[in-house]
Design a protein around this ligand. Structure first.
Ligand SMILES: Nc1ncnc2c1ncn2[C@@H]1O[C@H](COP(=O)(O)OP(=O)(O)OP(=O)(O)O)[C@@H](O)[C@H]1O
Length: 226
């Protein structure tokens, strides 16, 4: 088994403005292998986004450890962890967050060039990625010139642009009508399967979650199988 993500006894609490302490995660454990898609289905406020932010190295846990490909990121410097996040983790959110003034191709080239790829190499990969989601004809369109489903497929490609090992997706189809959500979800699964990524996908959609390899929920701050 090629373990990509391991969370060990992750705890996180927030203190509200009124001084009330909310223990969102309480010694949560998770292990995801390469090629595995894990669905995270839990009620609103259960802590899905908090967990994904910690797993994606966007936020720190109060205690516990996050391993990416066996490396304990809790022991890394901030700089090193930022590099791990940029190189090894791709993110998809409910809203596409593409840069509005740039074309689809440019949106896929920029993160690669920021990681040191040449313009020509970045463009070749961007073109290949767009073709893999059936959007070869949309490369020169800006986000506003594409449908919601197309925008989200470009966002998936952007998450894959730097060939990450781990994909973190927070409600990736939450903003789409059911039919488009279905089509976009199929594309996401195809991309993940082709690349052998490990993926953690939070969704409110039980039907989509049922088609992932494993489904987990959050209860009392812990991850439990569904
Ligand atoms: N910065 C913060 N300060 C205080 N409380 C917070 C903060 N961020 C999140 N919370 C609280 O932590 C809990 C978990 O939030 P989180 O966003 O992780 O839930 P979620 O499961 O992703 O919810 P949703 O499905 O509605 O997006 C909620 O009760 C939320 O109000």
């Amino acid at each position: 088994m090629n373990e990509i993500l391991r969370l060990e006894t992750i705890s996180k609490a927030y203190t509200s403005g009124a001084g009330r302490r909310v223990q969102v995660l309480d010694a949560a454990d998770l292990c995801v292998n390469a090629g595995e898609i894990v669905g995270l289905v839990a009620p609103s406020g259960a802590g899905k986004s908090t967990l994904l932010h910690i797993a994606g190295l966007l936020d720190n846990a109060d205690s516990g450890r996050v391993y990416i490909s066996g490396v304990d990121t809790s022991q890394q410097s901030d700089r090193r962890r930022t590099a791990t996040r940029r190189n090894d983790i791709g993110f998809v959110y409910q809203f596409h967050h593409l840069l509005p003034e740039f074309s689809a191709l440019e949106n896929l080239m920029l993160p690669q060039m920021a990681n040191g790829r040449s313009k020509a190499t970045a463009e070749a990969r961007a073109t290949e990625l767009l073709a893999s989601v059936g959007l070869e004809a949309r490369g020169h369109h800006r986000p506003a010139e594409m449908s919601g489903g197309e925008q989200q497929r470009v966002a998936f490609c952007r998450a894959m642009a730097n060939a990450p090992k781990l994909l973190i997706a927070d409600e990736p189809t939450g903003n789409l009508d059911p039919e488009t959500a279905e089509r976009v979800f199929v594309t996401l699964v195809k991309l993940v399967r082709e690349t052998g990524l490990a993926a953690v996908i939070a969704t409110h959609n039980h039907e989509l979650a049922a088609r992932m390899d494993r489904q987990l929920s959050l209860s009392g701050g812990k991850l439990i199988p569904l």
